[in-house]
Write a protein that binds this ligand. Structure first.
Ligand SMILES: Nc1nc2c(ncn2[C@@H]2O[C@@H]3COP(=O)(O)O[C@H]4[C@@H](O)[C@H](n5cnc6c(=O)[nH]c(N)nc65)O[C@@H]4COP(=O)(O)O[C@H]3[C@H]2O)c(=O)[nH]1
Length: 901
């Protein structure tokens, strides 16, 4: 069976409510409910049975009491009638024979009651006992209640006295008496039958009255004559005959505190009543016993029922829980199945007679599968896979599925779809085995593939030009080396660096620089074959890989020349035609290196050689070229030492300043000098700045060197002022790194303050390209310097790309025509045009214009004719030491004096 439910298995709201209601019918809920009802029924029944039993028990008590009363009454009636009979017989005998003869006569006739039980006595009218049986001593009873009663009443009724114990007879006894009348009917005495009270309670039967039963004889005066409770007999208690009277059965607490069902019955013919009481506890004992049994039975039944129900409910609850978990899991799977971004195909294996997999039946799919396949789900479900996608039999996917169905091991793979919607898209499949089939989870990974391809491209290509980058080039070189080694060929590698790129980049901005790089890249690429590689290594560095070459380097010359010329073609960027060239260093494998790193390093060295040779050419690598790198390191080390030595004031090593005069072209007046640095090297003598300024700039040492130059120049200018010489402007060159250094303004202010030089006598020379690197920042800095009173001039004007509009915003006072335009001024009309344009431009902007590198009279004449303001050059003076300037200024001062004299 499919582990995934069809989409219809997703629960709707109604279904959920129905399920919730249906949950009430679950055994673990309904069974306890039913059991609860059963328990209620059981207990109602039990209580009803108990109640009925209790009523029956009460009835039985009533019947038992009645029966006891009747029995007792009959017994008492018999006993009392017997006593009364004896009284009557005695009375007649006394009345016939007199008190003395009565007893003997009766004894004779056997009419005397037994002496053991009764005492029979006769009292005369004075209350003296005159005869008795058994014989008792004569004693007076005239004060007794019964004697007084009979003396005063002649009703013909017997009298029953209270039970007493007296002086004559301390044992309890009671008297039954009758009046004796004489012949005239007057009172003549009393006949007495005296009885033991226990005689009247001897009817007590333990088997019927119980241990706590009560049997008693009470006078109508409410006083007990005899009362037996259990084994004890007592008398004298008072009993409310009114309350207990009548024939009704009442529940009373006896004198011993025991509750009894009590019945009182008056005796006919005697002023007596009998009292019968049966203990409630004893009478209800059997009922209570049965009730306990009922309750115990119901309790046990309830407990058993609850136990059974608990066990069954617990068990069914566990089952329901498991079912619920399974259902939730199924719903979760269904939701995941349907909502998944992956396409699911639940496939049932279709097997042949031999058990081999013939095909797969599509059992279930989800909406994503519809999207990928471009078929409605209803159509797909029930189809055979290979009917739907016959090419799966040949592209290996069917085999893959069959393997999973056979081995049960999951498999995954990627492939490019070729059918329907999926055509051309990259898909990933994960196939897992399920009972009787497999599930294929298919994901569209086209976007991931694109991203991967993009990342791969980015990782291996230069973003700007789209050319391979250093990484890819490295691989290609290694590949080319392997091929060449196998086939005995050579590989050529050219390191290309653009000449003048920096000028364009700094002067026209990075965008222009980027544009230039792209165009140059395309041009170089156009010169190459398909299997050659052109890569950009960053900045203006390119590398060309030429595999499958012969071993003769010179054979490459035509191609290299072609590349060189292609690069030199002018390029239109930022609305301006610019021209760059390139310097190339070329190496050959295996001649110049064994691996990519060695080849690249040597090609770099050869490229530097080409630069040294004046740029715009190519050089084949020669072993000596590496010496240049070492030379550079040595130079850098020496430069560091020179900086230290200069600051320490050492005389054999360090920097010196020479000063080249600047003169007014019209008057010939020496108005300023330019400070030019020299390195007094302990071994190489005087080293010109061209040799070390670049390296100082590269290494950052220029900041310290520049600071020293400014301080030294200011110090010198102030010394001349202090010497009383005519004031001259001191010009100092400021390089790019120095200009951009955050503390430049502060350093210059400190130098001026420390040397006490007037700021107006200091001029800083900056190049056009330096300003253009970050024009806004440069202008802001120039304004700070201007605010301090320091003036600024633009050096090498004409070699950069500053526009007229930007030039207007620079706070400068002077333009310097570069000496490259001056050198051929006499013969080159282009240079003449440039010089004239610069002069006119400068004047339009109210700037002074100075020409540098003036060596000949013709140049001076041309400049003067074209109204150039100032000049500097060997024609007037080479850069010289401070003393020579002093001489010049003194001579000039003398000349001036003579002229004015
Ligand atoms: N052929 C010829 N050359 C002439 C003539 N008149 C002057 N020169 C040379 O032209 C260069 C003028 O200086 P620059 O253009 O600022 O070019 C300077 C300047 O860019 C740089 N430099 C010199 N001193 C310093 C310095 O203190 N700091 C910085 N940052 N750069 C400096 O080094 C460059 C070269 O300086 P130097 O070798 O002293 O070369 C100096 C000077 O000796 C002439 O009539 N004919």
């Amino acid at each position: 069976m499919s582990p995934f439910p069809p989409s219809s298995a997703l629960p709707s709201r109604r279904a959920r409510i129905k399920r919730w209601l249906g949950g009430g019918l679950d055994t673990h809920i309904s069974l306890p409910l039913f059991a609860g009802l059963l328990l209620i029924g059981l207990w109602v029944l039990t209580l009803r049975v108990i109640d009925a039993d209790r009523i029956a028990a009460a009835g039985a008590v009533q019947a038992a009491t009645l029966e006891r009363v009747e029995t007792y009454e009959a017994q008492m009636a018999r006993s009392l009638n017997g006593i009364d009979q004896s009284l009557k017989v005695l009375k007649y005998a006394v009345e016939l024979k007199g008190a003395a003869g009565a007893l003997p006569a009766l004894r004779e006739q056997g009419l005397l009651p037994p002496g053991l039980v009764f005492v029979v006595a006769i009292a005369d009218r004075e209350g003296r006992i005159v005869a008795s049986n058994p014989a008792e001593g004569a004693h007076d009873i005239s004060g007794t209640g019964y004697f007084l009663y009979h003396r005063n009443n002649n009703l013909g009724l017997p009298f029953v006295g209270a039970t007493v114990g007296d002086r004559v007879k301390p044992e309890p006894h009671l008297h039954f008496t009758r009046r004796i009348n004489d012949a005239a009917g007057a009172f003549a005495g009393v006949v007495i039958v005296e009885a033991d009270p226990s005689y009247f309670t001897s009817a007590y039967e333990r088997s019927r009255d119980g241990e706590q039963g009560m049997l008693g004889l009470a006078g109508l005066d409410g006083q007990m004559r005899a009362l037996r409770i259990g084994d004890s007999v007592s008398w004298g208690q008072r009993i409310g005959l009114g309350a207990a009277g009548g024939a009704g059965l009442t529940l009373h607490k006896g004198p011993d505190g025991v509750a009894r069902y009590t019945r009182v019955q008056r005796l006919h013919g005697f002023p007596l009543a009998i009292v019968v009481g049966l203990s409630q506890e004893e009478q209800f004992a059997p009922f209570n016993e049965r009730r306990r049994t009922y309750l115990a039975a119901a309790g046990v039944a309830s407990a058993l029922l609850m136990l059974v129900v608990t066990v069954i409910s617990g068990w069914t609850w566990q089952l329901a829980k498991a079912r619920r978990r399974a259902r939730r899991a199924k719903e979760t799977y269904a939701a995941a199945f349907e909502g998944s971004l992956d396409a699911f195909f639940v496939l049932r294996t279709v097997r042949g007679a031999d058990g081999g997999v013939l095909d797969f039946l599509i059992e279930a799919t989800n909406s994503r599968a519809e999207g990928i396949m471009g078929l409605p789900r209803a159509q797909m479900e029930g189809m055979l896979l290979c009917d739907m996608l016959p090419h799966y039999r040949v592209n290996g996917i069917f085999d893959d599925l069959a393997l999973v169905a056979r081995d049960g091991e999951p498999r995954e793979g990627e492939w490019q779809g070729s059918a329907r919607q999926a055509a051309g898209r990259w898909l990933h499949r994960q196939v897992v085995a399920v009972e009787d089939g497999v599930v294929a989870i298919v994901r569209d990974i086209s976007e991931r593939k694109q991203v991967e391809a993009r990342i791969f491209h980015l990782a291996h290509h230069d973003e700007l030009t789209g050319l391979p980058n250093r990484n890819l080039m490295h691989d290609r070189i290694e590949q080319a080396i392997l091929n060449a080694a196998r086939h005995g060929n050579a590989v050529a590698l050219a390191f290309v660096d653009l000449d003048g790129f920096k000028l364009v980049n700094d002067g026209l901005g990075h965008k222009a620089g980027d544009e230039l790089l792209k165009v140059v890249g395309q041009r170089m690429g156009a010169c190459l074959r398909r299997n050659d590689t052109l890569a950009r290594f960053g900045g203006d560095e390119f590398v060309i890989l030429l595999p499958d070459q012969g071993h003769e380097p010179q054979a490459l010359a035509p191609l290299l020349e072609k590349i060189r010329l292609a690069v030199t073609e002018p390029v239109e960027v930022a609305g301006q035609a610019v021209q760059v060239s390139c310097s190339m260093g070329v190496v050959m494998y295996p001649r110049d290196g064994e691996d990519a790193s060695a080849l690249l390093m040597n090609a770099d060295a050869a490229m530097y050689r080409a630069k040294d040779m004046g740029s715009n050419n190519f050089q084949f690598y020669a072993r000596e070229m590496n010496a240049r790198v070492e030379e550079k390191l040595v130079l850098l080390d020496g430069l560091r030492q020179a900086v230290q030595a200069t600051l320490d004031g050492a005389s054999d090593n360090g920097f010196r300043l020479l000063y080249q005069p600047k003169v007014d072209l019209r008057t010939g007046r020496l108005f300023g000098v330019e400070a030019l640095i020299r390195w007094q090297h302990p071994e190489h003598g005087m080293v010109p700045p061209q040799r070390f300024i670049g390296l100082a700039e590269e290494s950052g040492l220029i900041v310290e060197i520049g600071e020293w130059v400014v301080r030294e120049a200011c110090r010198q200018a102030r010394a001349w002022v202090d010497a009383g010489l005519p004031p001259v402007t001191m010009s100092v060159n400021v390089s790019a790194r120095q200009f951009e250094e955050a503390r430049l303004v502060e350093r210059i202010a400190t130098a001026l303050r420390d040397t006490r030089l007037a700021p107006e006598l200091l001029e800083l020379e900056v190049t056009e390209s330096l300003i253009m690197r970050d024009m806004q920042k440069s202008v802001a800095r120039m304004r700070e310097l201007e605010a301090m009173g320091v003036s600024l001039s633009i050096d090498d004007f004409g070699t950069g790309y500053s526009s007229l509009s930007s030039l207007k915003t620079f706070p400068i006072s002077r333009l310097k025509i570069d000496k490259s335009f001056v050198s051929e001024l006499a013969d080159n009309p282009d240079d003449q045009a440039i010089a004239m344009a610069v002069i006119s431009l400068g004047h339009k902007l109210n700037l002074r214009v100075i020409a540098e590198g003036v060596e000949t009279e013709q140049q001076r004449a041309f400049l003067r004719e074209n109204e150039c303001d100032e000049m500097q050059g060997y024609l007037f003076s080479r850069p010289v030491g401070a003393d020579a300037i002093v001489d010049m200024l003194e001579a000039y001062a003398l000349e001036l004096e003579l002229a004015t004299a």
